[in-house]
Design a protein around this ligand. Structure first.
Ligand SMILES: [Fe+2]
Length: 398
């Protein structure tokens, strides 16, 4: 019988426009939101690879909407960048934000929106869970990767360069007003980043579906995301110009974002965040490497939550009636290992922590610090430092 919690909440206020030519709807949507002078937030890679120009050409006569551009967002959004862009927003009397980019760009835009909408000059005062108090200015997101889900989530992560911390903000006010998913915006994403971001989306969905805070609505979004990643990740990696695969991966990333934003993630993210912080491994790559090992750790208590995934990944397969939930879960784990190996062979993406640059002597520190990560409490099986170390040790060298 389907698991339904005694109480849960579900919210997705973000309007989603998706498909080929979706960008052409932007002028009328911006108008509906009452935005006349948006600040565009992006990074120099987006400008250099012509993605800003792609949006401009899709806007035709309305391209002046993109006249005011802040393009200095670094790979990890930081409080200093948020402050600098906020000054630009204020000095130009802007009334909304258009974010064009990946997770760091979107998180920067959310950080600016906190500063403006809350009327604060210090972002630090509002970090944490549910500290924001007012509806925000319209935030329009045009993602250029398919994975973080930040285009629909209630989360923003902004780095504090003074303390080397990643500050977390969560609030329903952070959910963007509009997201535009146009495959034209992801066709030039390199193969290794296509692979890593898609595995991040897959992990969001799988953890949302199995974690302690799951609910039937987040489950539905998670299922869509898992099916779409499984069907399309190798197609998009092998041929970046495959717009159908790109479109489907974009939908997967967003669906997975809605799923985990309304449930939670788990130990793959808890340990993976710490692998990123200590060993500077790309987030999606850390997810891909750790996912099968965390599932193996959870399997004795959670096989019934993992087993449905088998049917979504292998919709044509026979014999499911004869297999136990544990056997199905082991097949899913094996499929992920094989997928990681293919992605490694096709793109060079590391499929173990050693190849990702983690040092064996860092494993104890990662295990220790990962217990402080908020995602750990939603993992379906309790996890201590020794367990976390064993997971890391298993993932160290394949
Ligand atoms: Fe993630």
């Amino acid at each position: 019988m389907r698991y339904i919690p005694e109480y849960f909440e579900f919210q997705n206020p973000t309007k989603i426009i998706a498909g080929n030519q979706a960008l052409s709807s932007l002028p009328s949507e911006v108008q509906k939101l009452g935005v006349q002078k948006p600040l565009v937030i992006t990074d120099q890679g987006i400008v250099k690879f012509g993605l800003l120009d792609k949006v401009k050409s899709a806007l035709g006569n309305s391209k002046s909407l993109l006249d005011l551009v802040f393009d200095k967002v670094p790979p990890d959004s930081s409080i200093d960048i948020v402050n600098e862009a906020t000054r630009l927003y204020k000095s130009n009397g802007c009334d909304g934000i258009i974010a064009i980019g990946g997770g760091s760009v979107i998180d920067t835009a959310k950080g600016i929106n906190i500063m403006i909408s809350e009327g604060t000059d210090n972002l630090l005062n509002l970090r944490g869970h549910d500290r924001l108090t007012k509806p925000h200015k319209p935030l329009i997101v045009i993602p250029t990767t398919s994975g973080t889900g930040s285009e629909v989530t209630l989360v923003a992560v902004v780095a504090n360069p003074q303390t080397h911390e990643k500050m977390l903000f969560t609030s329903p006010f952070l959910q963007p007003a509009l997201t535009v998913l146009d495959p034209e915006m992801t066709v030039s994403l390199p193969a290794h980043l296509t692979a890593a971001t898609a595995m991040d989306a897959f992990t969001h969905a799988l953890e949302a579906f199995s974690c302690l805070q799951k609910n039937p609505f987040s489950d539905s979004y998670a299922q869509v995301a898992i099916e779409l990643v499984a069907e399309n990740i190798l197609k998009a990696v092998k041929n970046g110009q495959d717009k159908e695969a790109r479109y489907r991966l974009a939908l997967a990333g967003t669906a997975a974002g809605v799923a985990f934003s309304n449930s939670m993630v788990g130990a793959v993210h808890g340990i993976g965040h710490t692998v990123g912080a200590i060993s500077h491994v790309h987030h999606g790559m850390a997810m891909a490497i750790l996912l099968p090992h965390v599932m193996k750790y959870n399997i004795d208590q959670m096989a019934d939550r993992y087993a449905p995934v088998w049917n979504w990944i292998f919709p044509e397969a026979d014999g499911s009636h004869n297999e136990t939930n544990e056997q199905k879960t082991l097949k899913v784990i094996q499929w992920i290992h094989e997928l990681n190996l293919k992605l490694h062979q096709l793109t060079g993406m590391p499929n173990d922590l050693e190849k990702a640059g983690v040092k064996r002597e860092q494993l104890h520190e990662i295990a220790h610090q990962s217990l402080n990560d908020g995602a750990m409490i939603a993992n379906p099986k309790e996890i201590d430092e020794n367990d976390a170390f064993n997971i890391l040790n298993d993932a160290f060298k394949i």
